[in-house]
Design a binder for this molecule. Structure first.
Ligand code: GDP
Ligand code: MG
Length: 170
């Protein structure tokens, strides 16, 4: 098997960290500052017979009203292009917060027919793990997702489960 996987989500949610974690090397710049990655970064993960091309896709959160600025227009078009031929999308959100930018990303996934897997990131920062279940349920109600998986990209928790889910769609 072989396929393309787009990693999408608002700035600072952990796209680049997840990308690096999956690939096992620092291919994508991570930062506390939002919008560090302005270009798409691709990496190939080979596991036995399977090859997976991961694309760290910034710019999906840009709202319609801001899309005429040159840099935004560039990022926005690149993001749309990346979604055109993907086999699977990993949509990263935060462990507790749903923002307007998350909503914008979700909206842009409306026309995507490839399966969308939600990665609920930064669960290592959850003070009370009991918050997680209702949160996963409320997220799962927002659209038909292939799966909703809590992860910690930073610590690697459940990233293998996420990768297995991705592979099952290639
Ligand atoms: P991006 O803008 O979506 O690419 O986000 P980054 O990967 O650059 O991460 C933004 C910030 O969140 C960085 O400071 C990361 O170290 C941090 N971060 C990413 N994943 C996790 C995680 O699982 N747990 C914690 N605690 N921090 C994370
Ligand atoms: Mg990034």
């Amino acid at each position: 098997t072989c396929g393309f996987v787009a990693i999408v989500g608002r700035p600072n949610v952990g796209k680049s960290t997840l990308m690096n974690r999956i690939l096992g090397q620092k291919v994508s710049i991570t930062s506390r500052r939002p919008q560090t990655t302005r270009h798409q970064v691709m990496g190939i993960k080979t596991q036995g017979e399977a090859q997976c091309v991961y694309v760290d896709t910034p710019g999906m959160h840009i709202m319609a009203k801001d899309r005429n600025k040159a840099i935004n227009r560039f990022m926005n078009q690149a993001a749309s292009q990346a979604l055109r031929d993907v086999d699977c999308v990993v949509f990263i959100i935060d462990r507790t917060r749903w923002s307007e930018e998350d909503q914008t990303v979700l909206k842009r996934l409306e026309n995507v027919t490839a399966p969308v897997i939600v990665a609920v990131n930064k669960v290592d920062r959850l003070k009370d793990k009991r918050e997680l279940l209702p949160w996963l349920e409320s997220v799962g109600a927002r659209r038909e997702f292939a799966a909703v998986i809590p992860i910690s990209a930073k610590h690697g928790t459940q990233v293998d489960a996420l990768e297995n889910e991705v592979m099952s769609h290639l």
